[in-house]
Design a protein around this ligand. Structure first.
Ligand code: ZN
Length: 106
């Protein structure tokens, strides 16, 4: 029994290895696809237009639920970043007060 998953390498119309990307659109959240490596960054003149879905289409229930979960996850990440920022300010204030109290009693 092999634990190595089979990975198919796909060539685009340019003959280059098509790169694997992940869609995060509402219709295809988390769905993998392959595109020409020249897509984006090098200008449209070098693109061959190759595009191929790797994963099968998502079921309607997944399409309905996953975008909402992703929005909640993003909101949580933003809340965590905000709390970390507030924590850094509070630590700085506590250190400053400790510094002032230390020299007050000396
Ligand atoms: Zn190509």
């Amino acid at each position: 029994m092999s634990h190595i998953s089979e990975t198919r390498v796909t060539d685009c119309y340019c003959g280059k290895i098509a790169i694997l990307k992940t869609s995060w659109t509402n219709d295809n959240p988390g769905r993998h696809f392959r595109v020409c490596p020249n897509t984006g960054g090098r200008g449209p003149a070098l693109q061959c237009g190759f595009f191929m879905w790797v994963d099968p289409p998502m079921c309607p229930r997944g399409r309905a639920i996953i975008p909402g979960l992703l929005r909640k996850l993003k909101a949580r990440d933003e809340e965590i970043a905000s709390l970390k920022k507030r924590l850094r300010v509070m630590v700085a204030v506590i250190l400053l007060l400790g510094f002032l109290l230390f020299f007050w009693f000396i």
